[in-house]
Design a protein around this ligand. Structure first.
Ligand SMILES: NC(=O)c1ccc[n+]([C@@H]2O[C@H](COP(=O)([O-])OP(=O)(O)OC[C@H]3O[C@@H](n4cnc5c(N)ncnc54)[C@H](OP(=O)(O)O)[C@@H]3O)[C@@H](O)[C@H]2O)c1
Length: 247
């Protein structure tokens, strides 16, 4: 099993949601998992529960992630940290654009820059990038989020080209709605927000995404699972609008 070929993993956005579930799963598979997020208390609890190594760090802290990736040769990199600031693009705020580009894209680019060359040199590694169906389809989201996730999607494909000839695997996980606190983080935690996004829906859980990632990692090393789109069964993207002039 390739899991046994890998010893170390770095998971960003690990203090909750999908990231914490991935940490749990990779720890259970015997990897030495480094969990990165800003919330020190949540990470400490995760470390207590799973045995992971906690790094209370902002993923946009370039000096911090550079130091960490120089200290540990990571075999698995899970770029999961992500944020959203929904707003019509015509009303977009400069700070929101900066934040989304910094967290959702710039940090992913830097972590790949810092980690993938070592994987190539060792002829061993697996990059898992969490994008979103927002990177593949247009719907009522927010254009900066869609743009950053589309960029992560293309980066995932391009990494395969740049690592060609080496046993460095790249998997893009493209989720639709998953039952996490992301909606509370984005819209504020309230019964209304939970009713709008979570309550009464049949949704994949964070563990389901972690299981999919584990499946991709556990595939024989000759097998690269490049892209997995995972949506609720009762969710489809798409739609078409046609407006009359002046409407
Ligand atoms: N849930 C969904 O429906 C869904 C759908 C499509 C795609 N996704 C993507 O899946 C990924 C995980 O989402 P989730 O649902 O698990 O979200 P979540 O519950 O809001 O968790 C987001 C994680 O990212 C971390 N994070 C945010 N900003 C950070 C920063 N500057 N530095 C380090 N860590 C940071 C948060 O930790 P701290 O606040 O402690 O830093 C948290 O651990 C994201 O990339 C998201 O875009 C989610």
């Amino acid at each position: 099993m390739p899991f046994s070929d890998y010893k170390t993993a770095l998971v960003t956005g690990a203090s909750g949601g999908i990231g914490a579930a991935v940490v749990e799963r990779l720890c259970a598979e015997g990897l030495q998992v480094h969990a990165l997020a800003r919330s020190a208390a949540s990470l400490a609890a995760l470390a207590e529960r799973t045995g992971c190594t906690a790094h209370a760090l902002d993923v946009t802290d370039l000096a911090g992630i550079t130091k960490l990736t120089r200290e540990v040769p990571f075999d698995v990199l899970v770029n999961n940290a992500g944020v959203d600031r929904p707003r019509k693009f015509l009303e977009a705020e400069a700070d929101d654009i900066e934040l989304l580009v910094d967290v959702n894209l710039r940090a992913v680019l830097h972590l790949c820059r810092l980690v993938v060359p070592g994987m190539v040199a060792r002829d061993r590694g697996h990059v898992v990038n969490i994008s979103s169906i927002a990177g593949a389809y247009n719907f009522n989201g927010n254009s900066t989020y869609h743009a950053t996730k589309a960029a992560v999607s293309m980066l995932s494909r391009q990494l395969r080209v740049d690592a060609f000839g080496k046993r460095v695997r790249v998997t893009e996980i493209c989720p639709g709605r998953v039952a996490t606190d992301i909606f509370a983080h984005v819209h504020g935690d309230s019964p209304e927000v939970r009713a709008k996004f979570i309550d009464g829906f049949e949704l994949p859980q964070a563990k389901d995404i972690a299981d999919a990632i584990a499946f991709a990692i556990a595939a024989p090393v000759a097998v690269n699972i490049g892209h997995m789109e995972i949506t609720p069964t009762l969710q489809v993207p798409g739609g078409l609008q046609t407006a009359r002039p002046g409407a």
